[in-house]
Design a protein around this ligand. Sequence first.
Ligand code: GSH
Length: 293
Amino acid sequence: MTNDNKFPPEKNQPAGYVPPNVWTWERESGGVFAGINRPTAGARSDSELPVGNHPHQLYSLGTPNGMKVSILFEELLEAGYAEAEYDAWFIDIGQGDQFGSGFVAVNPNSKIPALVDWQPRLDSGAQIEPVRVFESGSILLYLAEKFAAFLPQDVPGRSETINWLMWQMGAGPLLGGGFGHFYVYAPLKIEYAIDRFAMEAKRQLDVLDRHLAANQFMAGDFYTIADMAIWPWYGRLALHQIYDDAGTFLSVDDYQHLQDWARLIEARPAVKRGVLVNRKDGLKERHAAADFA
Ligand SMILES: N[C@@H](CCC(=O)N[C@@H](CS)C(=O)NCC(=O)O)C(=O)O
């Protein structure tokens, strides 16, 4: 790496820091989640995952990425798809549950949410492997296709739904890993980083607001898995429900169409249940509809 006068090291943070030629992991970076971060993948301990009575076994936590899937399950059940019953198990990412061998076998990327579907084995009657599904967008698509629900069957409607689903999967890390990390979790406030990601977060909010000015839902006239992917992040940000006072910092109340959509989704009974799943302050585990009582 060259350091000419345009980038004097004394302007770096910390002052004088110059990236070495080869990065090595010498110490934790500090801040929330630093204790679980390592530069390597794979299992760190031997532990099996629990399996309940339903075909769908969800291993998750009530974060925005986790909520996407529990909201879809609750929407499917609300719409009368009784075969969408599921067991939702609490994965404590702060304690490193995602690095247990059982979890890693389901998701080699060690992130919630992860799903195991035993239905194909039950249907075949043979000892075939259950289907593993990881990445929240993949899980939403898998379930929407399995039940032919919340995903339009016509080509334009299906494409528009997947457009916005993929938009969320690509945009979300800039909001979460970018803005959220530097605004809330980083052990020091870095103006450059916060400015960069606040700018991007606001640009994304404007993308949504402009789209929702002309569309009731993300894919047009119908509520789909695209809304379920986007709402836990951007809807809840608009409603001041994530990242402390980030809603104020980003002036979320200015995005009127986003506000209307966020409230519309929040009012759905299945969404109200879905956000409680796998939360210590909600329903830590979910095995039956009666658990919500
Ligand atoms: N792209 C993934 C992201 C999932 C993700 O980042 N999950 C976080 C919680 S919201 C996690 O499990 N973090 C644990 C870790 O990084 O070790 C998805 O959408 O499923």
